[in-house]
Design a protein around this ligand. Sequence first.
Ligand code: ATP
Ligand code: MG
Length: 390
Amino acid sequence: MHEIILCKLGEVVLKGLNRRSFEMKLMSNLRRRTAKFGKFKIYSRQSTIYVEPVGEVDFESAYAACKQVFGIIAVARAVPCEKTKEAILETAKEYLGETMRHTKSFKVESKRADKSFPMGSIQLSQWVGGYLHEAFPHVKVDVHTPELTVYVEVREDAAYVHGPAEPAAGGLPIGMGGHAVSLLSGGIDSPVSSFMIAKRGVQLEMLHFASPPYTSELAREKVLQLARELTPWCGRLTVHIVPFTEIQEAIRRDCDEEYFTLIMRRFMMRIADKLARELACRAVVTGESLGQVASQTLQALAVSDDAITMPVLRPLIGMDKEEIVKISRYVGTFDTSILPYEDCCTVFTPRHPKTRPEVEEVREIESVLDVEGLCQQALARREMVKIKPL
Ligand code: ATP
Ligand code: MG
């Protein structure tokens, strides 16, 4: 049996006049993500995209990849068969036999796009349902809340019997929401914030600050690994690694210790802003969550925002750690995130950080530094690492 993959469109269907461009983008994303698993014919009909193997393919991997493409809300496998009621019944018995054996109730739902097919869709559902019930008498027919819905579709070229649908990534196709710079540390939060903004259709450029020799080669590898683990969702990624040691040393040398983290975060924001402009991005993304640490109080966030004119997106702002961890496990970054390597934020942390800073005060303390020069030097020495997708 030659299975095909059906991808059901999510929010894309709400896009009135733009809908076609969203669908085209989604299909090109699907083509790119499935290409390494073989050749596929990909096309859309109504609210479904069909992914059909051409010749030998790694079907399981392609199916798993489709589930992680933003813009698709559910996926199902299906098998094509001849357009006769007998062939449809035989295919359903053979293809769904194993599932039927473990199901308590079912119904058949048919769609007839080919109006020349001699039966109406209700008639066809009743006919197939009746015979399936005979073949699997322990499975009750339940048209209201069945455990399994057997979908039958009669189209121009063939009829299709679907397996059960599974939830997929949801969101909007990457590329439709423009570009943003996402600050990626080695922690649990920033891979999740990156995932959440990518889910809304945004293509990300990753920015990481490294402070060798205070942060190790292993910490750097960890961040690149996190980026790699994001690629099945976010597509191609580049990590821009900016050296941060000199900036941190300058702050430590010339500023009050209790302001260290606040001023450091202002530098991060400024560099993110500059990089974003250079790469034609329209926002900066961080994994901050209100009140989680001293630098994430309302006052501290205001101090960070004061250093940047680009919009800052903080998708985790209202979430508890537990909720963030749950998404992190779903995304697949959690196990890497908890590896114990130093981040630049954990070197030189003040013993008593200011939790209620005033913007004016911080500006004043920071004014002894050559802010612009330090930012430009750091940016000029950045390294770009193209991540090989998983
Ligand atoms: P995370 O779990 O993402 O590391 P966190 O709770 O540890 O976050 P902070 O260390 O204060 O919080 O960092 C807040 C946000 O700042 C991070 O989510 C990330 O977006 C950004 N950030 C922190 N450190 C770095 C870094 N070394 N490089 C790039 N961005 C960073
Ligand atoms: Mg951190």
